[in-house]
Write a protein that binds this ligand. Sequence first.
Ligand code: URA
Length: 271
Amino acid sequence: MEKMVRLDKFLADAGKGTRSEVKKEIKKGLVLVNGRAVKSPEEKISPGTDRVLLRGEPVLPEPEFVYYLLYKPAGYVSATEDRREKTVMELVPSSRKGLFPVGRLDKDTEGLLLITNDGMLAHELLSPAKHVEKTYFVRVRGEVSETDRIRLEQGVDIGEDRLTLPAKAEIIRNFREDGKDRAVQAGEDKSRENVQQEEMAEKYTELLLTICEGKFHQVKRMMEAVGKKVVYLKRISMGPLVLPGDLKKGECRRLTEKETESLRKAVRQQK
Ligand code: URA
């Protein structure tokens, strides 16, 4: 038999407001259940069979599993609770119980983080056996050479039993602290002063690193293994999910049906 739920819970779970907000709407008589105005928030309904209208608009029952894509900003920890730090859950516009972040991004890492209550899918996405690819935009201090790049791709020693699995590393640019990249500098008329300034300015490299494991601080440790310190890190994709260009830092939205299906397909296919 279908589980009955309180009307206020049904509306809050469907994203129509907090429990106290929806209670007010109910008491005002703005909620109809099967055509009848119900004014008591505690009245129980059958989500699958009862037709609920809020201000004339149908309210569809929440699916069992929900999926959110968060653009995590720095400064939040990837946990459901923390006594001292702000958690990513504070950025999710849902009061659903059982939601959790799929894997961890460090407090200072930004980018794509999946939040769900689907334990099975999360487990598969994180399973080392599934080899789901994660791509990071990485900025490091120093110049990443072609030799470093090849080492990152072939596997480096990060202090585990084995080298890291084969990865993809694509250098975007090498540049100096003053923001000029090397191609620009090479074409400049170089006075002695310019050359001295250039030599003193710190070098940086930006690259894309795609890995299919998820060891603790993996990207930072891989870059350390080639002698470079990460100064900025952002995850831009996870399997088929890509950080959307129109999502701002700190914003969160539900995955589309298509995105959810692509994730399921990715874990079915990856071996
Ligand atoms: N690798 C890291 O070092 N940190 C992250 O947050 C994610 C991957």
